[in-house]
Write a protein that binds this ligand. Structure first.
Ligand code: SF4
Length: 82
């Protein structure tokens, strides 16, 4: 994944997992394919021991794309507005 190297990322459940699971491809992705991809990524995040650190980093860095801490970019923007 496109995280900066940090101590917490050593415990990431997604280490060694293909980035394409967490980020949309450059080509058009259908709603169904995106939904399935994001659901699989979020399942990994749900059991990740560094989920909170991951999400907090993404929020602090205003990450514009991808699944971080179990949330996609739309869900993170919603959190930032509250
Ligand atoms: S919360 Fe998800 S994206 Fe973040 S490190 Fe864990 S598995 Fe990877």
């Amino acid at each position: 994944m496109a995280l900066q190297k940090t101590e917490w990322s050593d415990g990431a459940a997604c280490r060694g997992i293909e980035n394409l699971l967490f980020f949309s491809p450059d080509v058009m992705e259908s709603k169904e394919v995106r939904s399935r991809r994001e659901r699989q990524a979020k399942q990994l995040c749900a059991d990740c021991e560094v989920r909170e650190d991951c999400l907090n980093t993404a929020l602090a860095q205003r990450e514009s794309y991808g699944i971080w801490g179990g949330l996609n970019e739309i869900e993170r923007r919603g959190l930032l507005r509250t």
